[in-house]
Each structure stands twice: as structure tokens, then as C-alpha cells.
Design a protein around this ligand. Sequence first.
Ligand code: HEM
Length: 400
Amino acid sequence: MNQAAENIYFNPWDPAFRANPYPHYRPLLAGPPRILDLFGPTAMVTRFADVTAVLRDHAHFSSVRPRDPSEPPNEGPFAGARTMLFSDPPMHTRLRRLVSRDFTPRRIREMEPRIREIAKHLIDAASRKGDFEVMSIANALPVMVIAEMLGVPPDHYEQFKHWSDTVVSGDNTLPGTPLPDEFHAATKALRDYFAEEIERRRKQPGTDLVSALVAAHDDAEAMTADELLAFVLLLLLAGNETTTNLIGNGMLALGRNPEQMDLLRQHPEMMPRAIEEILRYDGPVQSTIRFTTENVNLGGTELPANLGCFIIVAAANRDPAQFADPDRFDISREPRDHVALGEGIHFCIGAPLARMEGAIAIGAMLERFPRLRLKNPNAEVTYKGSYFLRGLNSLSMSID
Ligand code: HEM
């Protein structure tokens, strides 16, 4: 593959690439999946049709990384325990079924008044300070909501946020380089904290999600203690940074397109569409990963067995074959399927919660600050360290 001839540049470890990966997706979208050398051959899957084909075909595209038996044990946050995100059927089916009973849209809807209350409280605190920092809401709301859902005291949320940020930033470690000490310390602290919480709930059950999951664990078809701990950590990691970045990336897109912000202000009923457009246009998850289980042809490219594949959902969401004028942010766009929340059996289990939190937070900010705007819509913004989870370090907006 001659990358230079095709004008392809793909380097998720380059901060300039991460600051704006979208132009780099264009040449990839213009042809069949390429195999690039990213510390080893890796398939780049970007076109909407290819991305959805992969996400619907877990038989050929596994979520489990093939491991060499001589490799040292997994040192990630889940310490070797399978989570639904990194498993295939039948294990995935079993894990997802066990938690689905307690992670229903109804249970999520019941949280709505409380989420509104938390958002209001956060905006009150932030607006007393003159300049309004969007990320102070975006960072705090999702972790407070999850902490509450898991039944842990809300005043521990800053500690959680710190641990979870440290674990997420481990993503930015170059392949083959050991993960930093802070990553291991944060992982251990999270595991120890929740191991204790689970034990406490086993003795003294409450009405929270952890107690419900502990009970599911004690049913005939049991979740093991390790799986339960891994799921709680997955919820914290998968549900936290992503939703933060939905709010942050969304406010940036609205700030850079003030006519769209005005439209949304005049038509608050357009909020559900606006949330889908934010997810499509600048989604919090850029890419997920799959591994081929055997030789397979994808969109005209032969992929060998055991090949790592970047399934770049954020590129698929800018595919001109699926979306007219894909680089335009337009909340009145005719809704079409996007893949920002995945597709197929791993479709985001937290989607109803993420959409609700995004709508509440963005709606509350627009309502509270009628003159909310970016001081300088062209000012550069900086992004956090992870390519896979795309989010801003800070976003200061003017309220008067
Ligand atoms: C806007 C915010 C969010 C985005 C963009 C997002 C995106 C995604 C995506 C793309 C996947 C599929 C990954 C794959 O197929 O490899 C996924 C799965 C998942 N998400 Fe989310 N997510 C968000 C919020 C949440 C929240 C709030 C929670 C939980 C509280 C959550 C929990 C999960 C879990 C547990 C999975 C694994 C599902 C499975 O493997 O069956 N996510 N998410």
C-alpha cells in the first residue's frame, strides 16, 4: 500500500491529527478498506456500508483480541475478566441479558428529574463565576449521574472522575510501551473501591443498580464476582467520558454555528434531532476495534485472519454516500441512521441515558444563558489525549 501516493495520513498518536481527524478520513472514504502499518498491519474500515457490515458480523469480526499464550496476563482495567464490550456470543449474550433487566429505558426515564436537578445545580455553581466553562458541567454531570445510579455517595464523584480520566488516558500509550504507573494505580483504586462497595451491597442491599446486579449474580444463571466488578467498571468508563464529550463537542458545534444555536433556541422541540446531529457530526467515539476470525473479503479488500481492524464510526458518519454534505452541521437534517452509538449486538446499552443527559445539559445551558456564545468561534481548542474518545480539554463561552 502506497500511503503517500493516496495522500493518506493516519496517526492517532499525533496531537495535530487528533485535533481534527476528519480531513484525514476523506481519502480513506474514497476507496475500499486499506491495510495500513500502525505498529503492525491494521485494516482501516471507514465507509458507512463497510462499518455497518462489520458491526453486524460478529462471526467474522470478533470483539476479542486474539492472544498469544506466551503473552503476559492482561493488565487492563478489567484484569482479565470478560466484559460484554470485549466478548462475543455466547458470552456476550449472557452478560448483556443479565444486566439488561436492570438497565432498561424505563429505569433511565425515572432518573430524569434527578438529572435535571443535578444539571441545574452545576450550572448555578458555574454561572456565579462570570465566564462560563462548559466543561465544568460536561465533566461533572455524567459521573455524578452514574455514581448515583450505582448508589455511591455523590461526593466521591471527583475521585471517580480522576480515576476514570487516568484510565482513559492510558489509550494514548504507544503500542509496545508499558502503561504508565498512574494508570495501574487508578485501575487498582477503582477495582478496590468497587470490590468493597459490592461486598457492602451484598450484606445490605439497596434499590441501586449495584444491589440489583449483586442479586442477578446470586440467581441461578450467575454473573461471577469478577464479571460483576468488570461490568461496574465498564459502566463507569464507557458511560462517563463519552457523555461528557457529547455535551462538550455539542456545545462547540453549536458555538461555531450560531445560526444553528439560534434555531435550536427558537425550536426546543428540535433537541432530539440536534443530539443525533451532534453524535453524527462530532461523536465522542471515533473508532472501535474488531479482529478478523478468518480470511474475509470486506468491500473488495481481502483481509487475512487475526487482523486488527479500526472500525472508524466517526468516518462512516461523514460518508458522502450516506449523508449529503456530510461536513455541514445541520440540526434540521433529515434523520438518517448514524453509527455513533454502534450497531448490532454491541449497540450502546447506555444510549437512552446518554441522549437524555445530553439533551438536558445542552437545553439547560441554552435556556439559562440567552446570549451564550463562543467569544471567538475560530479560536483553536485543544483535545484530551485519547484518539478513540474525542473530547475537549476546556470550552469557555461568554454569557453576557
Ligand atoms: C454519547 C455517549 C455515548 C457514546 C457515543 C457511546 C458509544 C458507544 C459505542 C460506539 C458502543 C459500541 C462499541 C463497539 O461496538 O465496539 C457502545 C457500547 C457500550 N456503551 Fe456506550 N456510548 C455512550 C454512552 C454510554 C453510557 C451513558 C453508558 C452507560 C451508562 C454506556 C455503556 C456502554 C456499554 C456497557 C457498551 C457495551 C455494549 C455491548 O458490548 O453490548 N455508553 N457505546
